[in-house]
Design a binder for this molecule. Sequence first.
Ligand SMILES: Cc1cc2nc3c(=O)[nH]c(=O)nc-3n(C[C@H](O)[C@H](O)[C@H](O)COP(=O)(O)OP(=O)(O)OC[C@H]3O[C@@H](n4cnc5c(N)ncnc54)[C@H](O)[C@@H]3O)c2cc1C
Length: 499
Amino acid sequence: MDQPFDLLIVGGGINGVGIARDAAGRGLKVLLVEQDDLASHTSSASTKLIHGGLRYLEHYEFRLVRESLIERERLMRIAPHIIRPLEFVLPHHRGSRPAWMVRLGLFLYDHLGGRDALPGSASVALRGTARGAGLKPEIAKGFTYSDCRVDDARLVVLNAIDARERGADIRTRTRFVEAARDGDVWIATLADSETGARSVARAQHIVNVAGPWVDKVLGSVAGAAAERAPRLVKGSHIVVPRMFPGEHAFILQNADKRIVFAIPYEGDFTLVGTTDIAVGSADAARIDDDEIAYLCTSVNDWFATPITPADIVWSYAGVRPLYDDGSDSASAVTRDYVMKLGTGEGPQLLSIFGGKLTTYRKLAEHALEKLEPFVTMTRGPWTDCEPLPGGDMADGDFAAFMRAVRARWPFLPAALAERMGRAYGTRIADLLGEARSLADLGADLGGGLHEREVSYLVEQEYARTADDILWRRSKLGLNLSADAARRLTEYLAREKAHV
Ligand SMILES: Cc1cc2nc3c(=O)[nH]c(=O)nc-3n(C[C@H](O)[C@H](O)[C@H](O)COP(=O)(O)OP(=O)(O)OC[C@H]3O[C@@H](n4cnc5c(N)ncnc54)[C@H](O)[C@@H]3O)c2cc1C
């Protein structure tokens, strides 16, 4: 019989793949199962920020904010293609938090730790300036500070690829059904999500990172101690045609004391979000009319040209699987993560609640620290400066990297080169290889998505469906016609038939 896996990780969101990567790099034999596509739930439905979380300071989450601030620049260094600085403008007017309070918050944000490359905060004039363009004329001043933006779904897939390259077995469309102890190991039943076919895996320990389904997985493990159900808080976003010029984002204060972001998105659009709504089930991740109205009203309080629901070109919703700390309001529930380990000797079950994209790498380190007494690892923490796939560019200099890309593959149109450079970083060479013309990339299925790129995504990045490619490996879905999406589906079916 094969050796059992050291770890069976349930969940292919950011926290699952982060743990898989870290553990595989420490010599552990890892199996990760994801019931759908990688990042198909909360981890592709975020505001797409690697940030300290300025507003969490109001809830005294100093540990979380400090850890997140330190992670910002670390993550930017290991993945400069998908993570980059973003300046935020915080406009100020009557009804906003007092200026002294904002200054104090920004002072803490600047000094809690980890800021090296990103600029500090400042007070700025807005009326008549480039930063204030698009705002109502009565808004005269505000503040700026910096965080980072990220392609959330690609952050997940890059961690999964790296985990695989370090020996992990990553199985998508594979559902964890149940597990029971058998002596020194867990016997887990898995099911193919497409065919329903069952299989069995043996593992020393189970890591339950099923996000909003964490308690459901916990309930499927025989003998597991019951934990409090996670607090499920839905957050929705809308995407509208670009509302303001420039590359900065806005952080807007609402009358209800919440904040809403307006972020330049995929060139031609603005991303607006998010809401905070307590929900009873993880399956409730759909935006509703009240949220749409709320987001439109929030930005219309600040921008000169109002938006309406008719302007929305895309929307998405996700459910935060937060640890229930007993807070009254959904916005106040802690965003920090909590780990629960089964006590005693023998096979362990580690369940993880909460967390942010920003803290996934530290969360993985903490998870392995918890498991260290029960499993032998070949080395200690290592992920803080080891680049993610495609992120190994000299000095993290993306502009210099792009100059080299344009020189080596001069036939690529500028927008396509930029999109591929951002998505694949230095792995663009694996995709383009010795191609000398666009024709070498096969037919254009629409929007610059060529057959060769589709094959790469299927072979290297676990993509199987048109949605995987158009909404998670890329955001080409925003610009592609329904016809092009259909062509892609047909192409994938033909390719599958040939395998
Ligand atoms: C609206 C919103 C905005 C956010 N914005 C930010 C932000 O800007 N920055 C930031 O740092 N964080 C942000 N977050 C938080 C961040 O997105 C989440 O903390 C993170 O994505 C959670 O990842 P996860 O891996 O724990 O969960 P998920 O991404 O939900 O992954 C869990 C996975 O487990 C799988 N699964 C469940 N049950 C099973 C089973 N039985 N078998 C196999 N697989 C199973 C699911 O299919 C799922 O893919 C935001 C969250 C939301 C909702």
